[in-house]
Design a protein around this ligand. Structure first.
Ligand SMILES: CC(C)(COP(=O)(O)OP(=O)(O)OC[C@H]1O[C@@H](n2cnc3c(N)ncnc32)[C@H](O)[C@@H]1OP(=O)(O)O)[C@@H](O)C(=O)NCCC(=O)NCCS
Length: 192
């Protein structure tokens, strides 16, 4: 399992599937906003690739996210579109409604960066999110992602076209960011 400060990223377990289906994918608005495609119901027991992991797919790594304290399932995290030639991938995450706004999203992004840059040796990570998704934008920017572009009217979501923001983070900037955070922490500790 990969560990952050508050969350763990582990393999998908069979018992995660009904919870994720009910709380993330059966929610039409959440799914329409997060997935970049039309919502469709997932039949219980189906092998939908968002829920049932295909370990042979080398371009995609899917995690279940759990609280480190107690191991409760709180969501999903994904490294997708892994391009081993250009050493680049996208990240995605979705938390159960009761687990949002508690700092878990920021920690999940941090763990995905560690996985992408350190475990997988990637050079660049990318996020696309709706321009009004303040929590996702903030979770990304807190980890050093920078806004690289605005994709105007790129997403059809529940009856309207919305803009998306493209954010990117390079390995060298992430390391610098981590060093700066460590320096700040050392300084704060020294001042106490
Ligand atoms: C987007 C998501 C992953 C963010 O995770 P989270 O745990 O809710 O976010 P955090 O608690 O780490 O908060 C991150 C920052 O956003 C802010 N924030 C959280 N919820 C917010 C909201 N509803 N509106 C505005 N700001 C918000 C927090 O205050 C925090 O800011 P700070 O770092 O300045 O304190 C989560 O809300 C989620 O799963 N949403 C639904 C699915 C989704 O949108 N996925 C992303 C698709 S690209």
């Amino acid at each position: 399992m990969l560990r952050g400060d508050k969350v763990g990223l582990r393999a998908r377990h069979e018992e995660d599937i009904p919870i994720l289906r009910a709380e993330l994918y059966d929610d039409v608005v959440n799914a329409s906003r997060a997935e970049g495609g039309p919502w469709r119901p997932i039949t219980p027991g189906s092998k939908d690739p968002r829920l049932v992991v295909d370990d042979k797919n080398q371009g995609l790594v899917q995690f279940s996210v759990v609280e480190l304290d107690g191991g409760t399932l709180i969501g999903t995290a994904t490294l997708w579109g892994i391009d081993t030639h250009n050493r680049f991938a996208h990240i995605g995450l979705g938390l159960l409604p009761s687990s949002r706004g508690k700092g878990y999203g920021t920690d999940v992004v941090a763990v995905l960066c560690h996985y992408g840059f350190i475990v997988r040796g990637l050079q660049r990570l990318q996020i696309e999110t709706l321009a009004d998704n303040a929590a996702m934008l903030r979770s990304a920017e807190r980890n050093g992602f920078v806004r690289e572009g605005l994709l105007r009217s790129s997403a059809w979501v529940m009856g309207e076209f919305l803009d998306e923001v493209l954010l990117g983070l390079l390995a060298q900037d992430w390391k610098q960011e981590s060093k700066q955070v460590k320096k700040q922490v050392k300084k704060q500790v020294a001042e106490v």
